[in-house]
Design a protein around this ligand. Structure first.
Ligand SMILES: C[S@@+](CC[C@H](N)C(=O)[O-])C[C@H]1O[C@@H](n2cnc3c(N)ncnc32)[C@H](O)[C@@H]1O
Length: 304
């Protein structure tokens, strides 16, 4: 297996993170990856969401066999493992993970390689480093290909929705597939006043602690002492009609440290189809029981 690293990562150390990295600083933090693997992936284990798995499965059942599965931000990759199984020819597929977090990437490669082919993996930044990713993928990707970006990775993007979808469109060749999932619903004012009501609050608080440590150069243990006093929340802006954005600011470094979005399921489709050369093949909105939030899953095809 070949391991490619974006050269821009060479000088990245805590306290010396590019100015426009917020959520990316958090994902890059080794401690945040441990938190993610230990807790978040447990809370979010795919088996805990059978309706969501079914929705993914129904969408994937509609596609012809693919030769390559490119995964942008596989996280702990337990979801990807389940999705590869659902494809028609899993043993003939080349799986290529791309992640900014080295330990998540190693974890993914080790897990998926036990059963499937992983010819290469890319430690890269799908926001600021798409040229590097594209140069590696160009020579290594056999079509048909499915490109996935799941688990609301779009909603955490530092540089915004338009930038990310636009660069995905530039990278994806004509007639290939984009498989995308995002958080649906809306953040409300009450969440701003009392973020502890959010189901993901405890996990996200720990992750943000690690992200602040990456940005400021403090240790996560030092940051955790003051986290509840230094963090403030506010509604951010979003380019996608009907979506809402929650931003977390650190008052000590005076920096945005994390942002996350929720989208309107249908308005998202309209926005994508009107703005990009992507046509929807099919989609599902899986709403969590007793709530008005869920996961929107979309299968798009790149035109021309
Ligand atoms: C919200 S998690 C989603 C994980 C997984 N896809 C799921 O559905 O459970 C986002 C993933 O994308 C990675 N990531 C975030 N920003 C990135 C970037 N700019 N470039 C590459 N990977 C990134 C994170 O390290 C993490 O693995």
């Amino acid at each position: 297996m070949q391991y490619y690293i974006d050269p821009q990562f060479a000088n990245l150390v805590p306290g010396k993170i590019p100015d426009n990295w917020y959520s990316r600083a958090m994902f890059r933090s080794p401690e945040a990856c441990q938190v993610w693997l230990a807790r978040v992936s447990e809370d979010h284990a795919p088996e805990r969401f059978p309706d969501l798995l079914l929705a993914y499965k129904e969408l994937l059942a509609q596609i012809e066999p693919v030769r390559t599965f490119v995964s942008f931000g596989p996280g702990g990759s337990s979801l990807d493992l389940k999705l590869i199984e659902k494809l028609k020819n899993p043993l003939n597929i080349n799986y290529i993970p791309i992640d900014i977090a080295p330990s998540l990437l190693h974890h993914t490669c080790n897990l998926i390689r036990k059963q499937y082919q992983v010819p290469l993996c890319i430690e890269g930044d799908f926001e600021g480093g798409m040229n590097f990713i594209s140069s590696v993928l160009k020579s290594q990707t056999q079509t048909p290909t499915i490109y996935s970006i799941l688990g609301n990775a779009l909603g955490n993007a530092d540089i915004g929705d338009h930038h990310l979808i636009n660069s995905l469109c530039d990278l994806i060749p004509s007639h290939q597939l984009l498989f995308l999932s995002i958080a649906t619903g809306r953040f409300k004012n009450q969440h701003m006043q009392n973020p502890k009501q959010l189901a993901f609050w405890n996990s996200v608080r720990d992750l943000i602690t690690c992200g602040i440590a990456m940005i400021s150069g403090e240790t996560p243990l030092k940051v955790v002492e003051s986290i509840d006093n230094r963090l403030i929340l506010q509604m951010g802006l979003s380019e996608v009609p009907g979506s809402s954005c929650m931003q977390f600011f650190d008052t000590i470094t005076n920096k945005l440290v994390f942002s996350t979005k929720r989208y309107d399921y249908k308005m998202f489709i309209n926005w994508v189809e009107e703005s990009y050369p992507l046509i929807l093949i099919d989609s599902r909105n899986v709403v969590f029981p007793g709530s008005d939030v869920g996961v929107g899953c979309y299968l798009f095809k790149k035109q021309i």
